[in-house]
Design a protein around this ligand. Structure first.
Ligand code: GAP
Length: 458
């Protein structure tokens, strides 16, 4: 089907029905801004993260991994500037007290606005368009002026005061864990500059209007890499990383025409330049999946000053604060992009039709399904032996219920690229049928070569 014909509502309902994504705490009427990955979703998300980790960390000789704690000393967030400047512009309806995000309301009117604008600038635009902005709940046009609402989420973890006066923050971006470990990485690994540190982990933001499925949630996962360079080498590194990451999207099976670059006009407080890779989400249109920021010396300087620790780099006697190039992708947004890209409804010959998820084989939640033609005559046992041989190395499932045709459809529906059928000929000649999800073509493959054959296809 054409990408233009895809509908997010259809894809979201499908994702739930097929065990990819469930609304959080659904039996208690849900919880806004949080989602759960189901049995197939968790595999897809893990595969997306493995793809990122391989491209950003494992295949780069000078990028190291890290997994920092979600909660940190609250001074980290004062130093980073998040306590003072990480906010959305909100206004309250004076009639029913409903809160609106003013930048989003302005955007809906086609006015260029975003959360990084100063309070003064956004209120000027707000005042110009007040007549056309109405409260979603009561229809009033009477709002307070926009004011900055901090997005950091507080927790009482470790706060044993009676009045909760020593809160900590759940991290608002994972990269602060990288900055505060900069010295530890340098002292333990003695890397040459430039080098990078990558991390995947949860982040939390008090988004006032979580929306669009996994696109804007309050709990989400980021894949971030901070690349530390000499002062005059960040611009070149920035370009290299942008190209490198773009190529990574193509390897995930995302069509180039559904991707584009967007440079930010208004910069967040830590960035000297910012570009996004945007994906053309069905219905939502092009929107950010990954951000690239030139963070200069901002974060290391702030943490040096606030912690009193010297975070400069000593390069053969020459000391300087490294510049930072950042790439930051959201797992949920990438997951949505990969799912939307893969979703296909196909008319088949003979009036039949199927829904098929055309995941790149290395991302598919189930990569191979083992299907005995019949349960009897030892076919099931032999097929289970093949399952056992593959399962530790390839994401494999086993299915013996229903006709083979129905079993093929079930696997198409969750995007399994290969189905292996063990039949009566297999008993005689030691071969199986391998059926390709996309072309539906079948070929006979010797069982002894099957694992290598499938691994080559991944
Ligand atoms: N460290 C830089 C940083 O956090 P960001 O542009 O605020 O930059 C980076 O976020 C990425 O994290 C975004 O491109 C997006 O994929 C993801 N992200 C941010 N806020 C999100 C939210 N509320 N829900 C889901 N993903 C989000």
């Amino acid at each position: 089907m054409n990408h233009a014909d895809k509908k997010m509502d259809t894809i979201i309902a499908y994702a739930k029905r097929k065990g990819f994504v469930f609304p959080s705490s659904e039996i208690y009427d849900g919880f806004a801004g949080a989602y759960d990955y189901g049995p197939h979703g968790v595999e897809l998300a893990k595969a997306i993260k493995a793809h990122w980790w391989k491209d950003v960390v494992l295949t780069k000789h000078n990028v190291y991994g890290l997994d920092a704690a979600i909660v940190m000393n609250p001074k980290v967030w004062v130093a980073s500037g998040h306590v003072g400047g990480f906010s959305d512009p909100l206004a309250d309806c004076k009639t029913c007290q409903t809160r609106i995000r003013v930048d989003k309301e302005l955007e809906k009117l086609g006015v260029t606005a975003d959360e990084k604008m100063s309070e003064e600038d956004i209120n000027k635009l707000f005042d110009e368009h007040r007549e056309t902005i109405t409260c979603h709940k009561c229809g009033s046009k009477d709002f307070t002026p926009a004011r900055a609402f901090n997005l950091l989420v507080q927790s009482n973890l470790g706060d044993f005061s009676t009045d909760g006066s020593n809160p900590v923050y759940l991290r608002g971006e994972t990269c602060q864990g990288i900055y505060v470990n900069f010295k530890n990485v340098v002292d333990s690994l003695h890397p040459k500059i430039p080098f990078g540190v990558g991390q995947i982990g949860k982040a939390f933001r008090n988004e006032i209007s979580p929306r669009q499925f996994l696109f804007r949630t309050r709990e989400f996962e980021q894949m971030e890499m901070q690349y530390f360079t000499r002062p005059n080498e960040d611009t070149a590194a920035y370009e290299v990383w942008k190209q490198d990451r773009w190529a990574s999207y193509i390897r995930m099976g995302i069509a180039e025409e559904n991707l584009r670059w967007n440079q930010h006009d208004n910069l967040v407080f830590y960035a000297a330049d910012a570009w996004d890779i945007e994906y053309k989400f069905p219905d939502y249109g092009f929107d950010e999946v990954e951000g690239f920021h030139m963070r200069t010396t901002y974060d290391l300087t702030q943490h040096s000053e606030h912690s009193g620790k010297d975070l400069s780099f000593n390069d053969n006697g020459e000391k300087f604060i490294p510049h930072v190039v950042e790439t930051s992708a959201g797992v949920g947004r990438l997951f949505t992009a990969v799912l939307a890209e893969a979703y296909d409804e196909e008319e088949l010959e003979g009036g039949d039709s199927r829904v098929v998820l055309r995941f790149a084989p290395h991302l598919a939640p189930v990569q191979v399904a083992i299907l005995p033609l019949m349960k009897k005559d030892g076919l099931a046992e032999a097929a289970q032996e093949i399952f056992a041989d593959l399962a530790g190395e390839i994401r494999t499932t086993y299915d013996e219920s229903g006709s083979v045709g129905k079993r093929y459809r079930r696997q198409d529906e969750i995007g399994t690229p290969f189905c292996v059928t063990y039949d009566y000929d297999s008993k005689e000649d030691g071969t199986v049928t391998v059926r390709d999800r996309d072309s539906m073509a079948q070929e006979r493959v010797a069982i002894k070569n099957l694992k290598r054959y499938l691994q080559d296809k991944m």
